[in-house]
Ligand binder design. Structure first.
Ligand code: XMP
Length: 523
């Protein structure tokens, strides 16, 4: 396995994902782990991430010295390369010329890392790489034992290698897709330089995880809050595979789910997979508490609080349960490990239905803690969950509660559910020229209920009814997003169907706002 030390780059997680895509298990830890941890970890290689600091300043992060004494290959990326250079006796200069974005790098000599990897040959016959750069500082003097591996006009030492010790440094970012050969370089590093086999794959992972869960829980009983979302569903399927009837799922229906979602969850888990699922219809309770509340954050808080209450009441009935299972995934783990360092502004509280308090007095079982989202999906499919479910767009915990603007009413939710279902059905059924459906080409798509009435005409009669807005976005990380350029014919069909099929709605509009400045959800 590969140890990745995080120096605070925005894209550190991508390093782990790329390494795992090459079939090698890897984990991210903070840069300040102890030397003892490093020595005991059992890494076949270490990768040092980029980061926002400057090694030219005294109190900035350094690499645990043990990393260089392990006798395994080390790859430093950006700040990781600079820290390596500085700590091994080279020099780093505070750059006056900052370099961000696309760059063409010349590969020098023959290093095992870059040999026969290039994007094109330049006029002088040199192998060239198209890469993504993002740095201010640069290495001026390489430490003893290193030779030049790559350079650009701006950055004469864009890559360095000590092939004897198997230490490599690159100033560019091989983990991002803009570095065209990045995947090949990382695969080269882990396979040929570190000597790792491709043994990270789903079928093996399932048998290991099943064994782990059995050992962990023994004959105890486990409860899990099933939301119908990908993470809790895959966790349920995995735990059920391991311990069968020792698992009980509690599915809380807050009345703010999508059309037929409750039915689908019960059929999928209860009937098809034979999982014990308790279906709690708490619509009345949620609607009661939401009556008269219009503020988005207040609504989120109420939904989160009621969810916990309903779940607690149900789990209290399962007196023999000792474990609470959750679908926590690896990015949540890394993110919460970094908490406290971040001072990000809270735009929305993102109360995740499923975030349960410790007062339940149960031990936590989190079998997806090591997995990235795409791995969770792969696992779901391998466990027999339908791909349509596993590759579903994300759905917020507070559900339609944040898609009905202002006060939530059951009447509004019923109208919205039907409009939303029509939109999603048409997106699934309409393919683009490349054969992909528009559902797959968008990251999230949904309808929003606007509690305003407008005038329309149907047949000979005047109508005065509500409006829905359609929202469809394309994004990688949900932090920024573009509105999707859906074909007009598709939008026209959706609008026609909604107005004709859903009595109570007479106008459909399309949201053409990007994020930022708008957010994806309307509340
Ligand atoms: P925004 O609206 O902030 O949404 O651009 C970004 C992503 O987060 C989802 N979202 C939520 N998820 N609880 C959740 O579990 C919430 O309160 C919540 N609010 C937004 C949103 O659907 C999108 O995927």
């Amino acid at each position: 396995k590969i140890l990745i030390l995080d120096f605070g780059s925005q894209v550190t997680q991508l390093i782990a994902r790329r390494v795992r895509e090459a079939g090698v298990f890897s984990e991210v830890f903070p840069h300040d782990v102890t030397d003892e941890f490093v020595r005991n970890y059992g890494a076949a290689g270490v990768i040092l991430s980029g980061g926002p600091n400057s090694v030219t300043e005294g109190d900035t992060p350094r690499v645990p010295q043990s990393v260089f004494e392990l006798g395994v290959p080390v790859l430093g990326i950006c700040y990781g390369m600079q820290a390596m250079a500085e700590q091994l006796g080279g020099k780093v200069e505070n750059g006056h010329l900052r370099e961000f974005g696309y760059a063409e790098v010349r590969a020098h000599g023959h290093t095992k890392l870059l040999e026969n990897i290039s994007d094109f040959t330049n006029a002088q016959g040199h192998g060239m790489l198209k890469v993504w750069m993002s740095h201010g500082d640069k290495v001026n003097d390489m430490p003893a034992g290193f030779k030049l591996m790559a350079s650009t006009g701006n950055c004469p030492i864009a890559g360095m290698a000590d092939e004897e010790r198997r230490f490599y440094g690159v100033q560019f970012h091989p983990e991002v897709t803009h570095t065209v050969q990045g995947k090949a370089m990382l695969a080269r590093f882990v396979h040929e330089i570190c000597g790792c086999q491709s043994d990270w794959n789903m079928p093996d992972y399932i048998s290991e995880a099943v064994e782990m869960i059995r050992q962990q829980v023994g004959s105890d009983e486990v409860i899990l809050g099933l939301s119908g979302g990908v993470d809790s569903s895959v966790a349920a399927a995995l735990i059920h595979r391991a311990i069968g009837d020792q698992l009980t799922c509690v599915f809380v229906d807050h009345g703010l789910l999508r059309l037929d979602e409750g039915k689908m969850v019960m059929e999928m888990f209860g009937k098809n997979l034979g999982v014990k699922v308790i279906h709690v219809d708490a619509t009345a309770q949620f609607m009661g508490h939401l009556a008269g509340v219009t503020d988005p954050e207040a609504k989120r808080k109420i939904i989160g609080r009621e969810f916990v209450e309903v779940f607690q009441a149900e789990s209290a009935k399962l007196t023999s349960a000792k474990w609470l299972a959750q679908g926590t995934i690896y990015p949540d783990v890394i993110e919460s490990a970094g908490k406290g360092k971040k001072t990000a502004h809270t735009i929305k509280s993102h109360h995740n239905v499923g975030g349960l308090p410790e007062t339940l007095n149960l031990k936590l079982l989190e079998p997806l803690r090591e997995l990235f989202k795409d791995e969770v999906r792969e696992l779901g499919v391998a466990l027999g969950l339908p791909p349509e479910m596993v590759y579903r767009h994300p759905f917020p915990g507070p559900g339609l509660g944040v898609r009905i603007l202002g006060e939530v009413k059951k009447e509004y939710a019923d109208l919205l559910r039907r409009a939303d279902a029509i939109f999603i059905e048409e997106l699934r059924n309409t393919k683009d020229d490349d054969g992909q459906s528009w559902y797959d080409k968008t990251s999230q798509a949904f309808a929003v209920f606007l509690p305003v009435k407008s005038v329309g005409v149907m047949g000979d009669g005047r109508t005065y009814e509500y409006v829905v807005a359609l929202r469809a976005v394309q994004t990688q990380d949900f932090m920024t997003a573009h509105w999707a350029h859906l074909p007009h014919e598709l939008l026209g069909r959706v609008s026609n169907r909604i107005i004709n099929e859903v009595r109570g709605l007479n106008r459909v509009v399309y949201d053409i706002s990007g994020k930022p400045p708008a957010t994806i959800e309307w509340e």
